[in-house]
Design a protein around this ligand. Structure first.
Ligand SMILES: Nc1ncnc2c1ncn2[C@@H]1O[C@H](COP(=O)(O)OP(=O)(O)OP(=O)(O)O)[C@@H](O)[C@H]1O
Ligand SMILES: [Mg+2]
Length: 351
């Protein structure tokens, strides 16, 4: 578990430290006090990427050129130093060249209000969800994904050139097919693992009333090479690769109807939560260390009963950092400390 976290020049904080307990940790504060920032720092320290933005540059405190996040996971000390064009990662005081070992330590699942985009947003959101899980779950995932993206970029650049030669195109197609076929297999396997968990969670949060179905909707056929050959004329007309994993999607249905068009606000929120809970369950299956859960102010549209029901559905054994602007809705004893965030300072109460 993450025992403590220190930030230097990270977003609104010049310097701050927080101590966490196992199980629930509640972080309370008014808007703009830095609650999301604390969760982001935890994610950056453990995953070397932010759950809120694709680049780390905006996390450097305005007027500064670098930030440092550090902390303890169990007995190990982790440190991450960032400045433009330079990153340093240290494990127990030793700088790490290969980050694979470091990244194996703790997996992270982030719940946030923008998760609704998973249901309503474009397919890219659902691919990012799959990729965020895939890269944490399997060492092979990131290199295959990068190889596919590279091959796609080069092939599209060639298709845009005035007269792409067939021989040249074939040379660009080969790596695309190789990486694309692996990526399709890995994503299909991932969705097969996620689906039963997501479907069960959706049923549980809706009090047994609703059925979710989650399926992989691949953007390419099993014989990717043959499909590319068939779409050649169309590609020449549009000057880009029109089939492949870059067109993948997830098919989400609530009560047998497409969730984006037909599900209510509350149903969509439930589906988004179910997808994130499924992610946590897949990680819990894979490793002895349960994932750290970051739950950022997702209570907005939920009534008190649902807020408490949601907390009850979070995996028991996981450590949880839960932010909110107030805690008066909590029913029962969730245990865990309350960290009050005001004017850049943290006050810890043990109830
Ligand atoms: N790079 C930066 N440098 C300095 N301040 C920043 C930087 N990035 C963000 N901030 C400031 O950090 C503050 C805290 O933001 P954060 O999103 O963590 O607040 P929050 O407590 O989660 O608020 P809310 O309840 O509204 O979600 C904001 O006032 C924001 O303007
Ligand atoms: Mg916030």
């Amino acid at each position: 578990m993450l025992r403590e976290l220190q930030l230097r020049d990270f977003r609104c904080f010049a310097s701050i430290a927080a101590e966490f307990s196992p199980g629930f940790n509640f972080i309370v504060g008014a808007n703009g006090q830095g609650k999301t920032t604390l969760l982001e720092a935890a994610c950056v320290l453990l995953r070397l990427q932010s759950q809120r933005s694709s680049s780390l540059a905006p996390a450097v405190r305005v007027g500064q050129r670098s930030f440092v996040v550090s902390g303890h996971v169990g007995e190990h000390r982790l440190q991450f130093y960032y400045r433009a064009l330079r990153r340093k990662v240290a494990f127990d005081g030793v700088e790490q060249r290969d980050q694979a070992e470091y990244l194996r330590l703790v997996r992270v699942v982030s719940f946030a209000s923008h998760d609704l985009e998973l249901i309503r947003g474009p397919a890219e959101m659902r691919r990012r969800y799959l990729d965020f899980i895939g890269t944490q779950a399997e060492a092979r995932y990131r290199p295959v994904l990068r190889a596919y993206e590279r091959a796609l970029r080069s092939r599209n650049a060639l298709l845009k050139s005035p007269h792409p030669r067939p021989r040249e195109l074939a040379a660009y197609t080969e790596p695309l097919v190789r990486a694309g076929t692996s990526l399709r297999e890995m994503r299909a396997a991932l969705v097969r693992r996620l689906a039963p968990f997501a479907e069960a969670s959706h049923r549980a949060i809706s009090g047994g009333h609703e059925n979710l179905s989650l399926e992989y909707a691949p953007g390419s056929e099993e014989d990717f090479a043959a499909q590319l050959a068939r779409t050649r004329t169309e590609e020449e007309r549009l000057r880009l690769t029109i089939v492949g994993p870059h067109r993948d999607d997830l098919r989400l249905q609530v009560e047998a109807m497409p969730a984006a068009q037909f599900a209510s606000e509350g149903q969509q929120r439930t589906t988004a939560l179910a997808l994130k809970l499924a992610q946590a369950q897949v990680f819990a299956e894979d490793t002895a260390t349960p994932p750290l859960l970051l739950v950022d102010d997702i209570f907005g549209e939920l009534d008190a009963a649902r807020r408490n029901a949601l907390l009850a559905h979070l995996p028991n054994e996981s450590q949880k950092l839960v932010t909110a602007t107030a805690l008066d809705w909590r029913a029962g004893d969730w245990g865990g400390p309350v960290l009050e965030l005001t004017d850049g300072e943290i006050r810890r109460r043990d109830k």
